[in-house]
Design a protein around this ligand. Structure first.
Ligand code: FAD
Length: 530
């Protein structure tokens, strides 16, 4: 082994792209929930060949590589668990390689953000079938595919995996694998289902099976008409039944909603924000966000009326090739949903439809820290999970108050068979560097960090573990597995053997994202009981 193990990386990337400044190493080894061990360096490759080179060098030096896209996850997914490690930051690999409009596919480097990809294909009248998470102004194609992201397009198509045609992946021995039809010479990545689905293996793999360097996506024509409708409901069960029925019929391209208590908290904030001259000045300088702000102000006003007597709000975003077809879809949706809820101002939906990729809000209302958890359940099992979660929340009410914590429910549709149920925990605490660096400064200026709250942090962690256990007991599935969800627990031997064999085949040195998917090293919080 070399005297300075970083020298080999410097030879490959140039010294400027082997970052050893303590502040950067610390910043890039945090996620939205917490911090990992500070690694030796942050590596910033700009080509597949450079990624392959640094993987080979890391193997020779026994340095673990933790791969970071936009850094917008909260499942310990890329947090180093040891010092002899480096973060691979794919931010420089953001080029669009090809847009094949007649054949409806495009390929971009894995560090390209969803927002940049969408902007690149839009002039062709196209977009990806799944076209991004709400964090898409920072979150990347590689991150979204490795996590299994959901939101834009998910009401009908499900997760990011539905848009994946092919991946270029650097494996743990430094070789480069291309999946799908593109894996054969002179073949374009136009078709995924050619033999066993190797592309599928790398979707939702938490980056445990290799470093994605390029992603080929299925495109579709952009819709000619868009509209939305929002409804307030008196009970969770009424909301859930309406959302399930809309999802089964595939009527909404996106379905998302919130517990009204959370909307109330956020509406207070929006009303406060719109009053502030500083924000007005920022908004006036930017025509896009201004429209969004007007809408936000409107919901803050309109909101107070219906927020008073509902418990859940659901937003349905609909699209069609033209206005008459959109009108038919919305009419059918209203027939279904009006039987269970009351239609209200659709401004929250309109804001999302007009500004799908805002700056990610990594702090909650009032500057609180946040931890979203989620479980995917079949429609028939959601109410039972909700009842169990609500019971847990009521049992914990006094402790939550003691620790300055709150918990709310957010939800979304993911394809025809399932609902994504997302408990979000908020708590008062100080702000880590990542949060200060990510929040728009004009919004940060309106918020106050909490006092350091280590007891509250420990309480949130205990709650996180308990809620994940509850999700497992209810037979749920997860996206964003990272190192947070017990993917391999309770699986029969043929399943676990197959997954371990895949890890061994793709990363024999166990140096790429060790611990992700529960492979190679125990996930934090899931260490075996002593
Ligand atoms: C405000 C906010 C809104 C959000 N909205 C959504 C939403 O609407 N839908 C949703 O699904 N999620 C959402 N998220 C969660 C998160 O942003 C997404 O899951 C997103 O896909 C993460 O992408 P990223 O590029 O930031 O990945 P990172 O956080 O950088 O990494 C995530 C995982 O992917 C791996 N990885 C990243 N790039 C590669 C690569 N090239 N090769 C191999 N492995 C890789 C990492 O090692 C890690 O395991 C949100 C988060 C925030 C903070």
């Amino acid at each position: 082994m070399a005297a300075d193990p970083l020298d080999g990386f410097r030879d490959i990337l140039g010294a400027d792209h082997v970052v050893t400044a303590a502040a950067q190493r610390q910043l890039l080894s945090q996620d939205v929930y917490r911090a990992g061990t500070v690694p030796l360096a942050v590596l910033r490759p700009d080509s597949t060949a450079a990624v392959a080179g640094l993987v080979r060098h890391a193997r020779a030096e026994d340095i673990a590589l933790f791969v970071r896209g936009g850094g917008m996850s909260y499942t310990d997914a890329y947090l180093p668990d040891r010092e002899r490690a480096a973060i691979v930051d794919l931010g420089r690999m953001d080029r669009i390689r090809a847009i094949e409009a007649p054949d409806l596919h495009a390929t971009a480097e894995a560090g390209c953000t969803w927002a940049a990809f969408d902007a690149a294909v839009a002039p062709h009248g196209l977009r990806a079938r799944f076209w991004g998470p709400m964090s898409g102004s920072r979150a990347t194609l590689g991150g979204g595919m490795s996590q299994g992201a959901a939101t834009f397009g998910s009401g009908i198509h499900g997760t990011s995996a539905s848009a994946a045609l092919a991946f270029e992946v650097v494996l743990g021995d430094g070789s480069v694998l291309t999946t799908g039809t593109a894996g054969a010479p002179h073949h374009a990545p136009f078709f995924r289902a050619y033999g066993p689905d190797l592309t599928g293996l790398f979707t939702g793999d938490a980056g445990a099976l290799g470093i994605k360097t390029a992603v080929s996506l299925q495109l579709e024509p952009r819709p000619g008409a868009k509209g939305s409708a929002s409804f307030a409901f008196g009970s969770f069960e009424a909301m859930r039944a309406a959302v399930s029925e809309v999802s089964r019929h595939g009527l909404a391209t996106e379905v998302f909603g919130v517990e009204t208590a959370l909307a109330r908290l956020a509406a207070g904030e929006a009303a406060l924000m719109t009053d502030l001259r500083a924000l007005w000045a920022v908004a006036r300088a930017q025509p896009g966000p201004l429209a969004a702000l007007r809408q936000a102000a409107r919901i803050a006003l309109a909101g107070r009326r219906f927020l008073a007597d509902s418990t859940y709000i659901a937003n349905f975003l609909c699209e069609a090739a033209d206005a008459p077809r959109l009108a038919l879809t919305l009419a059918q949706l209203r027939r279904i949903v009006r039987a269970r809820g009351t239609e209200v101002a659709n401004t929250m939906a309109a804001v999302v439809q007009s500004t799908p990729f805002p700056a990610p809000m990594v702090l909650g209302p009032g500057g609180r820290r946040l931890l979203p958890l989620h479980v995917i359940l079949p429609h028939s099992r959601v109410d039972a999970f909700h009842a169990a979660f609500d019971a847990l929340r009521q049992r914990e009410a006094a402790r939550m108050a003691e620790h300055r914590a709150l918990a709310f429910v957010v939800f979304a549709g993911v394809g025809p068979s399932a609902l994504l149920y997302e408990p979000v925990i908020y708590w008062e605490d100080e702000w880590p560097e990542l949060h200060r660096a990510t929040m728009p400064p004009e919004l940060l200026a309106l918020m106050q960090p909490g006092a350091a709250n280590p007891a509250g942090r420990a309480y949130v962690e205990a709650l996180r573990v308990e809620i994940i256990e509850l999700m497992l007991a209810h037979g749920g599935a997860h996206l964003q597995i990272g190192r947070a969800y017990p993917f391999l627990r309770e699986r029969p031997a043929p399943f676990t053997s197959m997954v371990h064999a895949l890890k061994q085949a793709t990363d024999p040195g166990n140096l790429i994202n060790p611990g992700a998917l529960g492979l190679g090293a125990p996930a934090r919080g899931q260490e075996p009981a002593r």
